[in-house]
Design a protein around this ligand. Structure first.
Ligand code: FE2
Length: 368
């Protein structure tokens, strides 16, 4: 019995080269409302952070204000990317004590932070690559985000929400041969269980291959698929990520919606680019997935994919990378009963990813 509960994802923090401009993108392209800020004006001398929120999803975008900083080095080494996936917990000190006693490396010891709106406790441990998990215990804190942040002045910066609701899952890419040990780590440190998996036998090896195991918390509010490249005839998309991120790291964050056609339509109008599958994907789709509520023509126009399992179906689509390096991207997902991770779409998806890889000159055979 663990001395703390993980309630769910709390927020995702990205280290970026220009938080002010990134915040503009998250607001105008993805529909997130800026709600909180810290920076020089609030007494934060070394870093600036913008907190953006849409329904239950919170992103913190952070940049360095000083030279030779850990944040600056992170951006220089990895490009813009996800530094921290934080969990909302019942006891941030208990979570830190329990996970570090099981072998996790501490990044931040439990610390009480407070301002005139109340107090919170945070602590942080390291996970794969340079990525961390922060534990957030926000007992009764009345401010907009956490102590130290001030309310963001929003008068001229009102977001038009795109309909994203919550973080469905967060995916980590590992270097070749490291997937199992990372999954073992989540079992040992958090008692996470193996929820779902896919191996290279499930994927036509004409395509760039991967293996994946979905690790889930006890209440399954946290789901973290762990990927590694598998040998195929072409360079794995996972290897391309590793080549540009240089360590294990977060590959994509999947966000749910209650109306994927409306959400994706809005994001497209705002300039977000999505991976496209050929129109042939939609021929015979009804035979493959059965009756669905959505108009297939509308799905085809936007490039939304459909997959089924014994419990229902799900709709999903992936953006192209959202920064210059071919690393982090986003998934929009609408679940209608299905808890799957879209295995039926891998072939169409991988062909689409390979076209993008080829355009980047990154599709040469592994070792070539
Ligand atoms: Fe996903």
């Amino acid at each position: 019995m663990k001395p703390y509960n993980i309630k769910g994802f709390d927020h995702c923090e990205l280290y970026v080269s220009n938080a002010k401009q990134a915040a503009h993108f998250y607001r105008t392209a993805l529909g997130f409302q800026p709600i909180a800020y810290r920076g020089l004006e609030t007494g934060s001398r070394d870093r600036v952070s913008y907190v953006l929120k849409q329904n239950k999803i919170r992103f913190v975008l952070t940049s360095a204000l000083e030279k030779d900083s850990a944040i600056g080095r992170h951006v220089e080494y990895h490009g813009d990317g996800v530094r921290d996936i934080s969990f909302s917990v019942s006891d941030a000190e208990g979570a830190w004590k329990d996970t570090t006693s099981r072998g996790a490396e501490s990044v931040l010891e439990p610390c009480l932070i407070e301002d005139d709106r109340g107090q919170a406790i945070i602590s942080t441990i390291k996970t794969f690559g340079d990525t961390t998990h922060t534990f957030v215990q926000r007992d009764g804190y009345k401010g907009v985000f956490l102590p130290g942040y001030q309310v963001y002045e929003t008068e001229e910066q009102i977001a038009d929400p795109s309909g994203l609701v919550h973080v469905d899952h967060v995916v980590g890419n590992m270097p070749d041969g490291r997937m199992q040990e990372v999954c073992n780590w989540y079992e040992k440190i958090f008692d996470f269980h193996r929820y779902w998996s896919v191996d290279d036998k499930d994927i036509n090896t004409d395509y760039s291959a991967l293996r994946s195991i979905v690790m889930a918390s006890e209440n399954e509010k946290i789901k973290i698929p762990i990927n590694e490249p598998a040998d195929g005839k072409r360079k794995s998309q996972i290897q391309e990520f590793i080549d540009y991120y240089h360590t294990a790291g977060i590959q994509h964050i999947a966000m749910s919606t209650k109306d994927i056609i409306e959400t994706v339509g809005k994001m497209k109008d705002n300039g977000i680019e999505f991976l496209q599958v050929p129109k042939s994907y939609y021929i015979g789709l009804m035979d493959r997935v059965g009756d669905i509520d959505e108009d297939i023509q509308a799905l085809a126009e936007l490039g939304i994919l459909v997959d089924t399992d014994e419990n229902g179906y799900m709709l999903q689509i992936f953006t192209k990378p959202i920064q210059d390096r071919p690393t982090l991207f986003y998934e929009v997902i609408q679940r209608k009963g299905s808890n799957s991770f879209g295995k039926g779409n891998f072939k169409a998806l991988f062909e689409s990813i390979e076209r993008e890889q080829e355009a980047r000159g990154n599709l040469e055979p592994a070792g070539g």
